[in-house]
Design a protein around this ligand. Structure first.
Ligand SMILES: O=C(O)CCC(=O)C(=O)O
Length: 264
């Protein structure tokens, strides 16, 4: 995959990531490559490219998080009304993107040589729908992991704006560490950390990549516009990280025994 000139990860980006817990890295893929991922995810939603071993979740009809249908293994019908699709490392196009040499450099810098993926996740706000995602941290305890991954690489597959439910974040909040092991911030957390007052809108262009510290509180809203708002989020971690309940490790993206797009 090629790299657009705007992608940048240097000293300044590293400093912002450490201080603020997020940094916009620019465009990693060409317009053509982004279009191919957009087409691929629509084809997966519509069942034109079938995957039975991915987890799918349909969107809520109310916009309320707790009312969304459960996520479970297998396609749920040909529709663009999905909220989430997991396990996209099984798809060669998404895997190739996840294994981009510049993401290799970034994950090597923060994590090391052997890297696995906790989740390779499509997040969708369908047109005229979407579900409110409340304030949360993406922490290992809540995810049932034996350590806390810190690196998520999030890419907008469509422009994300205030109008269509872009992410909101609280810069610097990651420095407080794990605020709530239950994943979601409580009302008391919201007041203590003044989340409403300190939040900023993370408006980004289609194809833009954002590096997020998993401890950074984030949330997103619904999408009342007539166009879907798609995103792809990959949480990288040390390949030795295990699931506490099963002792299992996770699919390897870089290093020994890494997945190969040609073998997908
Ligand atoms: O895309 C969104 O609205 C939220 C994504 C998210 O929560 C994540 O990538 O961890």
């Amino acid at each position: 995959m090629s790299t657009k000139a705007s992608f940048k990860f240097g000293h300044q980006e590293h400093t912002q990531f450490i201080e603020e817990g997020y940094v916009r890295l620019g465009h990693l893929l060409s317009n053509k490559e982004v279009a191919a991922l957009q087409q691929r995810i629509d084809d997966i939603m519509l069942g034109n490219i079938p995957y039975e071993n991915m987890r799918f979740q349909l969107d809520s009809t109310s916009g309320v998080y707790r009312e969304a249908p459960p996520e479970s293994m297998g396609h749920k019908g040909a529709t663009l009304q999905y909220r989430k699709i997991m396990d996209l490392e099984q798809d060669p196009l998404f895997l190739s993107y996840m294994q981009h040499p510049l993401l290799r450099d970034i994950t090597r810098h923060y994590i090391g040589e052997d890297i696995s993926i906790y989740r390779a996740m499509f997040m969708n706000k369908p047109a005229n729908q979407g579900t409110v995602l409340p304030w949360h941290q993406d922490v290992g305890v809540g995810w049932g992991l034996d350590s806390n991954p810190i690196i998520t690489v999030w890419m907008a597959l469509d422009d994300a704006t205030v109008e269509n439910g872009c992410m909101q974040i609280v810069p610097g909040i990651h420095k407080h560490g794990v605020i709530n092991e239950g994943h979601f911030a409580t009302q008391a957390d919201e007041e203590k950390y003044q989340l409403e007052e300190n939040a900023i809108d993370l408006e980004v262009e289609e194809g833009e990549v954002v590096l997020l510290n998993n401890l950074l509180l984030h949330r997103s809203g619904v999408n009342p516009t007539g166009k879907q708002r798609r995103a792809f989020s990959a949480a990288y971690m040390d390949a030795s990280t295990k699931h506490v309940a099963t002792g299992n490790t996770f699919p390897v993206i870089f290093g020994k025994n890494a997945l190969k797009p040609s073998e997908c």
